[in-house]
Design a binder for this molecule. Structure first.
Ligand SMILES: NC(=O)C1=CN([C@@H]2O[C@H](COP(=O)(O)OP(=O)(O)OC[C@H]3O[C@@H](n4cnc5c(N)ncnc54)[C@H](OP(=O)(O)O)[C@@H]3O)[C@@H](O)[C@H]2O)C=CC1
Ligand SMILES: CC(=O)N[C@@H](CCC(=O)OP(=O)(O)O)C(=O)O
Length: 335
């Protein structure tokens, strides 16, 4: 067994990590931490009663290094990079779920804060297996993608060579409330979001540069990405509707099927997708349609599973020489 740690276990992605790792055949969850620690895991998450129990510690890099080969960091960005720096210096491999190591330094600093760990940032690998599988296998630090970028990039990647970059690409995105983390704010308060839906940060969301940078690195095309997310009254799930103009007419389903023919965690649908069919799984579900040269791409992920925690475990599997699908959830929470 390979000992691993989860730092940030009291959060939503932390809980999903604990759930996946508790049933993982090759990883042993040997260290679990939050900001203060001092409780049992089932006090944090009663749902784990009878399944997995352990002490929860105050996060400490040296203690992680003493017991684990790899750590999952489910911490807010800005907090994460302090821990990553320490863990990397102690020889621990890291999968960081935050945004801290996803972007080039100049992109990060333009949209977040000054980076305190540029050396590790330089060598971090963006953890989207469909894009970077071989690099992930040999990486010591993997930056797990954002949830919206996971669904948006996977939806658009097969079409980048057909899209006319002289025209804007519009992405309309919708997310369940767990995407905002466990902290309750005015917009995530039950009364605000129940039976409601609203856009936030139109054309100003920090995932816009992440989508743009990764599509540019892969395709060489600097698409004019215009991203508008919405909050919806669901616990989990994310739906992307992207619109672009093509240079030529194509059969979009044939393009998707050819591009993802060998991918175990991308499913192509002949009808629009929803958030339920991939809920609780590592699948990204995709549908697309064209009218003349107008392209519509429709993709879906579970934000706290494929959009973060199961993708993080798939990355860790690759980093530790395991099969990518080891212990990865594939049965949806339906109906
Ligand atoms: N929610 C989502 O859909 C997605 C989230 N992410 C990213 O994953 C990360 C975690 O997100 P999420 O689970 O939603 O966040 P939550 O707000 O739900 O949880 C944050 C966790 O971080 C812990 N924490 C905060 N500060 C510290 C600290 N100084 N030391 C140790 N632990 C600390 C908290 O512990 P405590 O309870 O003790 O405060 C808590 O366990 C974020 O970077 C987020 O952007 C990525 C993709 C999707
Ligand atoms: C609904 C909601 O608030 N979602 C979050 C995205 C969460 C996420 O996964 O993004 P990072 O990992 O980059 O933080 C947001 O819009 O900021």
């Amino acid at each position: 067994m390979i000992n691993v740690a989860v730092i940030g276990a009291s959060g939503y992605t932390g809980l999903e990590l604990v759930k996946i790792l508790a049933g993982h055949p090759r990883f042993e969850l040997a260290y679990v931490a939050t900001s203060e620690g001092g409780m049992r895991l089932t006090e944090l998450h009663p749902a784990m009663q009878g399944i997995f129990e352990c002490d929860v510690h105050k996060a400490d890099a040296a203690a992680v290094a003493a017991s684990c080969e790899l750590a999952f960091l489910a911490l807010p960005h800005m907090t994460a990079m302090g821990f990553v720096k320490e863990l990397m210096a102690l020889g621990v491999k890291v999968v960081d779920l935050s945004a801290d190591y996803r972007l080039k330094r100049e992109t990060y600093e333009a949209h977040y804060v000054p980076h305190i760990d540029p050396e590790n940032l330089e060598h971090a690998v963006y953890g989207l297996p469909e894009l970077n599988r071989e690099a992930i296998r040999s990486a010591r630090l993997v930056a797990n993608p954002g949830c919206y970028p996971t669904a948006s990039i996977l939806g658009l990647l097969p079409f980048t060579k057909y899209i006319d970059e002289d025209f804007p690409v519009f992405i309309d995105a919708k997310s369940g409330v767990s995407g905002a983390g466990k902290k309750c704010t005015t917009s995530t308060h039950f009364v605000s979001i129940n039976e409601n839906i609203f856009a936030y940060k139109p054309f100003e969301h920090r995932h816009e540069p992440e989508i743009r940078e990764k599509l540019l690195l892969d395709s060489g095309k600097d698409f004019d990405i215009n991203f508008v997310p919405h909050l919806i009254p669901a616990t989990r799930g994310e739906l992307i509707d992207a619109y672009a103009l093509l240079k030529e007419e194509i059969d979009p389903i044939a393009v998707l099927k050819a591009y993802y023919a060998d991918e175990p965690f991308v499913r192509i649908f002949e009808n629009p997708v929803d958030i339920k069919a991939c809920s609780g799984t590592n699948f990204c579900d995709i549908y697309a349609k064209v009218r003349g040269k107008k392209l519509y791409v429709n993709s879906s992920v579970d934000n706290i599973v494929r959009g973060s925690s199961s993708q993080a475990v798939a990355n860790a599997n690759l980093m530790m020489g395991l099969e990518e699908n080891t212990g990865i959830p594939i049965i949806a929470y339906v109906p």
